[in-house]
Design a protein around this ligand. Structure first.
Ligand code: SF4
Length: 498
């Protein structure tokens, strides 16, 4: 594509009509920086009784107000933080039990027209080799991800570029779903494709919805308007704060009812960003009756030839990061929370009990990396940033089992309509856990038999035995049906689910 065509493509990306329709009557958007600052200032020195009342509300799986969330963020008493962490863990178990869903990231393109200061893939960064995978190359990645490692769920990532536009997205998503990888004389496949991509128009989103997009994930990066304008040059598509801010509105309107929001922590004050995420969740709940299916909270990580990542004055300490996880869990108790391999293994281990519901493993983020280079080597000049944890899926599943968690490979939800409003209701009442527990055990059986090392399998069997007993005790009405599916799976049938 010539430069002129590329410029025209860039020029036509933002659809002002698809922003204006959502703005408030006074022309403002739903992130009011001054209001958030006031909320944070008014929430200082909260007393313990007030904080405990707020915790009770969280435990009833109700979304907190901005005032309540600001009060939590302003707690200074270390003992009270411990109480909040315990409550966060209780909420996680109440809504999601001991399940951790796992997935792998897959970068399909690293060409990008934007120039975000913190990103290794920014267009001005000549130190990074980039490209766009062909459909054949994508299939080869899937053979490894599904056939060798055993992943069932992906988050696929696209740079914003005319070579990876919606046609490319549609073709590659279809290709991924169609790959049947060989495993132990049978077949396996990727069953849920979540997408992390640039904000798209409603029309483009409808198209991806028809192909079976799982969760559509776009991070606002920072909710602070001024900071947003500094780190995203205004001449770029991404420089348009509101085009990004309202992309989940467009997704929900397009019928994609699992949407994932996030902020990149380290660009601005972390308390402000937590408030931004909360306001975003509340806005979606008010407008569509559906909050975010997931919230992500990546921290800035080093990237090739990207000094901003090392010099930002808003870097988040480990201690504050723990507070971010705790407060988000309490503020939006029903949402899924994703902790990725950006964080090192120690950090991931310590945070999982406080509210994490999804995590990745065996992650490689270089273009074509699963198929083209061995082991856990990272290649900085092919990646958006450097990962903190490159352990294999087998190691992560084993560690989770040692911690008492069952890794769920379940992808049933969106395939049988448990998405959007339906999943929100199930999550709020704790009923979703019933389906998910059954499917977690069945898919865990499948993965242990097809992919686990002997050591992991041995530890996994103990988890399975415990889970089956729990199902027998807590769900007697469905136990026989469950055992029927479980036995068939143990005998070699695949992809059975409730
Ligand atoms: Fe492009 Fe995303 Fe990197 Fe910005 S953060 S330069 S949009 S890949």
């Amino acid at each position: 594509m010539g430069n002129l065509n590329k410029e025209m493509w860039v020029e036509n990306r933002v659809r002002e009509d698809q922003i204006k329709k959502y703005l408030r009557p006074d022309g403002s958007d739903f992130i009011n920086d001054k209001q958030i600052e006031t909320e944070l200032n008014n929430g200082s020195n909260p007393d313990n009784k007030y904080i405990r009342d707020i915790i009770s509300k969280s435990l009833a799986i109700e979304t907190l107000t901005p005032e309540e969330t600001a009060a939590l963020l302003n707690v200074e008493d270390p003992e009270m933080w411990k109480e909040m962490e315990v409550a966060a863990g209780q909420i996680k178990r109440k809504v999601y039990d001991n399940r951790i869903v796992t997935f792998a990231p897959l970068y399909l393109s690293t060409a990008c027209v934007n120039n975000c200061l913190y990103c290794g893939l920014r267009t001005d960064n000549n130190a990074v080799r980039r490209g766009v995978l062909s459909v054949e190359e994508v299939k080869r990645e899937i053979e490894v991800l599904a056939g060798t490692i055993g992943h069932k769920r992906l988050i696929i990532v696209y740079g914003e570029h005319p070579e990876s536009d919606v046609d490319y997205m549609a073709n590659t998503m279809e290709a991924i779903y169609n790959v049947k990888a060989s495993v132990k004389g049978g077949e396996t496949s990727i069953r849920r494709v979540n997408v992390n991509a640039a904000p798209l128009s409603t029309e483009d989103l409808k198209r991806l919805n028809q192909i079976g997009i799982g969760t559509y994930q776009v991070f606002q990066e920072t909710y602070h308007h001024n900071t947003y304008n500094v780190v995203h040059p205004p001449s770029t598509i991404k420089g348009n704060f509101r085009w990004r801010l309202y992309c989940m509105h467009r997704a929900l309107e397009a019928g994609i009812d699992d949407v994932g929001i996030g902020a990149l922590f380290g660009l601005y004050d972390w308390k402000f960003e937590v408030m931004g995420l909360l306001h975003h969740a509340i806005e979606l709940e008010e407008k569509f009756g559906i909050g975010p299916h997931t919230i992500s909270f990546p921290r800035l990580e080093p990237a090739e030839n990207t000094p901003f990542t090392l010099n930002s004055k808003y870097q988040v300490s480990d201690e504050d990061f723990r507070k971010i996880v705790t407060v988000l869990r309490l503020a939006v108790p029903y949402t899924g929370m994703i902790l990725t391999a950006r964080e090192n293994s120690k950090m991931r281990r310590s945070l999982i009990p406080y509210g994490i519901t999804q995590t990745d493993a065996s992650s490689k983020i270089g273009l074509g990396a699963y198929n083209s280079y061995e082991g856990s080597n990272q290649q900085a000049d092919r990646q958006q940033f450097i990962l903190g944890d490159t352990r294999s899926l087998d190691e992560v599943v084993r560690e989770l089992a040692q911690m008492g968690h069952i890794t769920s490979f379940c992808t049933a939800g969106y395939r049988c309509g448990r998405t959007g409003q339906c999943i929100m209701d199930l999550l709020r009442t704790g009923a979703e856990g019933k389906f998910c527990k059954l499917n977690a055990v069945i898919t865990y059986r499948e993965w242990l038999d097809d992919f686990a090392s002997d050591t992991t399998k041995e530890i996994g069997e103990k988890i399975i035995t415990k889970e089956i007993e729990e199902i027998r005790e807590k769900m007697p009405a469905i136990f026989d049906d469950f055992m029927n599916y479980y036995t068939k799976t143990a005998e070699g049938q695949r992809d059975l689910y409730f």
